[in-house]
Design a protein around this ligand. Structure first.
Ligand SMILES: [Zn+2]
Length: 199
């Protein structure tokens, strides 16, 4: 039998809908608390976070020292929680501007990773590469400090998801330049093959 997972770290004792006492139940090998009166189930899902890699014109990467939990006093990519009804790329640029004063533009998706952080739960971290036109920083209270770092001088970043997103962007930068194929191009190739006009 699979190991039971998903026991609540921030569990409810009572149903938030009807106030009835919650009981544990097993569902697909996971343990969830559920209400026997109204049927509400406490599904525990990761919290979505959007972060970005911003490079300056010298190819250095913006890294910020956090002034918030989780990871207070530690270095990380700028970003934050996605609000309800907010697109992840909008959340990413909003957080970037709130934290650093930089107005960014999304260049590309740079990976999606799950990350568990002790005492804080599970996060779904969506990473983007963003560009900025100016790189004068104006930090808010969420950051202790921030700066642009070259690849070899990057500070220690405790979040593995952020490290993978940075690696994704650095790897992309090292690749020889070539035109990215989009879905339209693939359709065009398929169509040409279908017509027997292969080059
Ligand atoms: Zn209920």
């Amino acid at each position: 039998m699979r190991k039971m997972e998903g026991s609540s770290r921030r569990g409810f004792k009572f149903c938030p809908l009807c106030g009835y006492r919650l009981r544990w139940r097993r569902e697909n090998g996971r343990k969830r608390s559920a209400c026997r009166k109204c049927g509400w189930v406490h599904y525990e899902n990761p919290l979505p976070v959007a972060v970005c890699v911003v490079k300056n014109k010298n190819g250095k990467i913006l890294i910020a020292k956090r002034n918030l939990r989780p990871g207070i006093g530690r270095w990380a990519l700028p970003g934050g929680f996605i609000e309800s009804n907010e697109a992840p790329e909008i959340a990413c640029l909003r957080e970037l501007e709130e934290e650093t004063g930089l107005k960014g533009k999304i260049k590309r998706l740079a990976g999606i990773y799950s990350q568990d952080i002790r005492h804080h739960g599970s996060f779904l971290v969506i990473g983007y590469e963003a560009s900025v036109s100016k790189n004068t920083l104006s930090l808010n209270s969420e950051l202790k400090e921030a700066g642009f770092f070259s690849e070899k001088d990057l500070p220690v970043i405790p979040f593995s998801s952020h490290r993978k997103i940075i690696e994704n962007v650095l790897r992309q930068g090292r690749r020889p330049r070539r035109r990215l194929i989009n879905k339209g191009d693939l359709n065009a190739v398929w169509f040409r093959k279908g017509q027997g006009k292969r080059r």
